[in-house]
Design a binder for this molecule. Structure first.
Ligand code: PEP
Length: 250
């Protein structure tokens, strides 16, 4: 049985004061999440302060990225160990905004994934096709390639701690979500691919959908058996909207 996972990605939003207020509003609005797991990903600068708000509550913390090395001459980078130290238990990796604006390729993402696992964090690996790739009928092939590169050589023991977020690039921040049918077809393809390599270990991997998830459409995605949760960007900045998405999960 996979526990539903709802992750709020705050992206480049919130000062420390704003982040504390938003985290506290989410804590109150979500209340007891029941069987669902709720995780928020503030910007790096606010993680420690938000930890003070969510510590001892059912809300967990994720980083929006992590570096592939633990320490050394990497100015500006934040290592998985430092993120673990500050209270994160998850790290979002390979987000399409990282791929696009920071030139992250599959090889970099694969290195980050291994470093994150080594530090005891659970990766949330983002994969997804661009609009042109879907139009060319290549969506599944693109996602399969991203998945294969990021996870190549992973041990069956490491796999279950990893979550996959299917996030079509054209659906992120556009208000144009994928259909629940397309999202769940992709989730099925992802699980088949994982099972082909890792066998039974694939059954415990959580597969999320992300891309313009809102309180209005969350039920359609979260009601699908093949989807185990959601990665929520814009709508996670509103505590009541985010709580409504959490409650839409079974
Ligand atoms: C995201 O940031 O991963 C995301 C899916 O954003 P949005 O919900 O705003 O589309």
């Amino acid at each position: 049985m996979r526990r539903p996972l709802i992750v709020g990605n705050w992206k480049l939003h919130c000062t420390v004061v704003e982040a504390i207020a938003l985290a506290d509003s989410i804590r109150v609005a979500v209340g007891d999440p029941g069987p669902r797991e709720v995780v928020i990903a503030p910007p790096f600068t606010a993680i420690y302060a938000v930890r003070g708000v969510v510590c001892g509550t059912p809300i967990g913390l994720a980083a929006q990225d992590a570096h592939w090395e633990e320490r050394g001459a990497f100015t500006g980078a934040i290592s998985p160990g430092l993120l673990h130290d500050v209270g994160c238990r998850y790290a979002i990796l390979g987000h399409s905004e990282r791929r696009e604006h920071f030139a992250e390729n599959d090889a970099v993402i694969a290195r980050k994934l291994r470093a994150v696992l080594a530090a005891g964090l659970a990766p949330i690996l983002c994969v997804g096709e661009r609009a042109s790739e879907r139009e060319q009928g290549r969506a599944q092939a693109v996602v399969a390639g991203q998945l294969a590169s990021a996870l190549a050589g992973l041990s069956p023991e490491a796999l279950p701690g990893t979550s996959i977020a299917y996030e079509p690039v054209w659906a992120i921040g556009t208000g144009m979500a994928a259909t629940a049918q397309d999202a769940s077809a992709m989730a099925d393809a992802i699980r088949r691919q994982l099972a082909a390599t890792w066998g039974d270990a694939a059954a415990s991997v959580r597969i999320l959908y992300g891309g313009s998830v809102s309180p209005a459409n969350a039920g359609e995605f979260l009601g699908r058996q093949s989807l185990d949760g959601a990665l929520v960007g814009g709508a996670s900045l509103n505590a009541h909207g985010f709580a409504a998405i959490v409650k839409a999960a079974p």
